[in-house]
Design a protein. Structure first.
Length: 658
């Protein structure tokens, strides 16, 4: 991607929007056209000047957008509208988004594999995002949060700031961290120089062979100068101890080869100690639930009993470490972890070895279970049939898996029935769970308020709600299929396993039941709608009376118009580019996608499963309380039969065919 004359890359929707926005603002100010973005002009600037400034500002902004973002924004004539449109697309000021950023801020931890400036860059970016979301008081907490995450090696800095300062600020904490980092680097550099000096002295100290060469060189020098003669008065002495009563071959002192051997051993020991110190520095930065990939390890091993989801006491003998130390094995079990890439994986047959320092993941055991490792670009991927299960990051020549215990998964025995039903019903809200509890759908299970669910925060962020339609609703509809809403969503950035990129949602206004049809192309809408119409009319014995859609070509074409005319279906169409007028269908799509994102985040499945997730979401919406129905469920209203939720399972859980 080419850079402009200011060295800026076009904004592609993935890079930091705030940084790009600040840079493009500086460019517009330099061009003296930024007033066109604010919409506030000087009195001396006439209409022609304002138009010229607006055109310059628009062209500058558009030329610094990638093709993807440009198509997303569209062609706007006003620089102010263009600026506001970019803000609305890439700055999330909603309450869920702000809460997610604040939680991420208060959970911030320093990455000890990076230097202080790299960590501060991540920290400052998080602060900037929170400010953009509308929180102007975050600066009051930044020094306290940063001081709280200082590692143990910086404890003297933490104590000096806490007890030696009358006031605390972010600059004080940052300056203290940087000074301490310089001290640690200087100490490591001094230790390295000392080691290099010791090795140099060791090389110079091995002078046995060199003495012989020196003697030969001396003799050659003496023979090359015929004018000089060796002194006859010089006595022959032992070149080893200096005594004149014996020669070197008869010297009673021990041979120097033994000392040379010891010197070599010391040098090797120094190298070993440095390697051990290097490994320990990595280990000290790991948490209890992170794993080290070990190619020499025979079994998976862990010293932490609380990580095991299943555990069986056994006397399995011991394991031998590299230093010949023996560690007892107290038990065997399984550990279920959620890795940083989002996937959930259960590691089976893990040995419980309390004397270890960290969790070890055996490459040989992974291979025996049908998995394979792929290395490259500082990352190790664990695959099964080309599907990436989890990844390990290369940290100081060691591969580390970042993970956390996945206790909330249904793969682990879960006593919290509330979380279980919350997940089964596609992350239903507290209000919906309360309605279903009072209706007796949960039987004897005790269902209360749902605790904090990160998947709900990630999956249910939205900007504005669509208003209810002013057209016929429940109070004006007398039977099913009297009024039907339809809409198409897509294309998806990732197609399903079957190559589908769109889905058609059809909602019955009387019962609020929704049907979802996956589509490969938008042109498939007519065929799927005709199939759906035949199916539901045959099941209910009623006819579709009115169809409400937008003005998209997938609905406004000759085939669809002819079908509606032949079947006597009345058409209601929205105005162009006013999706809010099709509010029921748009809000239903949003509800479905909220559930899809939450279910995929919890299950750890890839985005290719969005098709299965959206059909599951439609199934769950039809069996969830609906506000327009006064708490009744769409499926019960449509069929007139009571619901049965006994077959519900959490999306993405393990299933067994019998």
């Amino acid at each position: 991607m080419a850079v402009n004359q200011y060295g800026m890359l076009p904004f592609n929707g993935k890079t930091d929007f705030d940084i790009w926005k600040q840079k493009i603002k500086c460019v517009l100010i330099q061009q003296k056209v930024f007033r066109a973005v604010t919409g506030i002009f000087l009195e001396s600037e006439d209409k022609a000047k304002q138009i010229e400034m607006n055109e310059t500002a628009c062209s500058t902004i558009y030329l610094n957008l990638s093709d993807f973002v440009l198509r997303k924004v569209g062609i706007l004539e006003s620089a102010k509208e263009l600026w506001d449109k970019l803000d609305s697309l890439y700055t999330d000021t909603s309450l869920p988004g702000k809460l997610f950023l604040l939680e991420k801020f208060f959970r911030f931890r320093l990455d000890l594999t990076k230097d202080i400036d790299e960590n501060l860059d991540v920290f400052n970016k998080l602060i900037q995002n929170i400010k953009q979301a509308g929180d102007k008081h975050i600066d009051d907490y930044t020094p306290i949060v940063l001081l709280n995450v200082i590692p143990d090696s910086y404890n003297d800095v933490k104590s000096a700031i806490k007890y030696g300062m009358d006031e605390i600020s972010l600059d004080i904490v940052v300056n203290g961290l940087r000074s301490k980092e310089l001290d640690l680097k200087h100490a490591r550099g001094s230790a390295s120089q000392s080691r290099d000096s010791g090795e140099a002295m060791f090389v110079r100290g091995r002078s046995k062979g060199r003495s012989k060469n020196s003697k030969q060189n001396s003799q050659s020098k003496n023979t090359s100068q015929p004018g000089r003669k060796r002194s006859k008065s010089r006595k022959r002495v032992c070149y080893k101890c200096g005594n004149a009563d014996h020669f070197i071959k008869d010297c009673p002192k021990p041979k120097k080869t033994e000392h040379a051997s010891v010197a070599v051993d010391k040098c090797d020991l120094g190298d070993i100690l440095m390697v051990c110190d290097h490994v320990n520095s990595v280990r000290n930065s790991l948490s209890d639930h992170e794993l080290l990939i070990d190619s020499d390890c025979t079994y998976h091993m862990s010293p932490f009993r609380d990580l095991f989801s299943t555990y069986e006491l056994c006397d399995s003998g011991y394991v031998s470490l590299a230093d010949n130390k023996r560690c007892n094995v107290l038990g065997v079990g399984d550990i279920c972890l959620k890795f940083s890439c989002g996937s959930v994986f259960t590691i089976k047959n893990v040995r419980h070895v309390p004397d270890l320092c960290h969790n070890l993941l055996s490459v040989a055991a992974l291979e025996s279970s049908g998995l394979q490792g792929k290395w490259g670009n500082g990352c190790m991927k664990i695959l099964k049939n080309s599907l990436v299960l989890f990844k390990a990051e290369k940290v100081n020549n060691l591969y580390v898996c970042h993970a956390k215990p996945f206790t909330e998964s249904v793969n682990v025995v879960c006593s919290d029935k509330t979380s279980l039903w919350h997940n089964r019903l596609g992350h239903m809200s507290n209000k919906g769970l309360d309605v279903m509890r009072r209706a007796g759908y949960f039987g004897k299970d005790s269902v209360t308020s749902v605790p904090f669910c990160e998947s709900c925060v990630l999956g249910k962020q939205h900007r504005v709600s669509f208003p209810p339609s002013s057209y016929p609703n429940l109070s004006k509809c007398s039977f099913v299929l009297e009024y039907v809403h339809a809409d198409v969503w897509g294309p998806a950035s990732v197609p399903t396993h079957g190559g589908r990129k769109y889905f058609l949602s059809i909602i019955d206004d009387f019962s609020r039941k929704v049907w979802v049809c996956l589509l490969e192309h938008k042109s498939d809408v007519f065929v799927r709608f005709r199939e759906w119409k035949t199916l539901v009319e045959n099941q209910t014995g009623r006819k579709v009376k009115t169809l409400r859609t937008d003005n998209g070509l997938e609905f406004c074409n000759k085939e669809m118009d002819k079908l509606c005319v032949d079947c006597g279906i009345k058409r209601h169409k929205t105005l162009p580019y006013t999706s809010q007028q099709n509010g029921i269908a748009e809000r239903m799509n949003r509800s479905l996608l909220d559930k899809v994102r939450s279910m995929l985040a919890t299950s750890g499945l890839s985005k290719k499963f969005w098709g299965e997730a959206v059909t599951t979401a439609a199934y769950l919406v039809n069996r969830s309380p609906s506000v327009p129905l006064g708490g009744k469920c769409p499926e019960a209203v449509f069929t007139g039969k009571p619901l049965d939720l006994s077959n519900l399972r959490v999306f993405g859980c393990a299933a067994y065919a019998h």
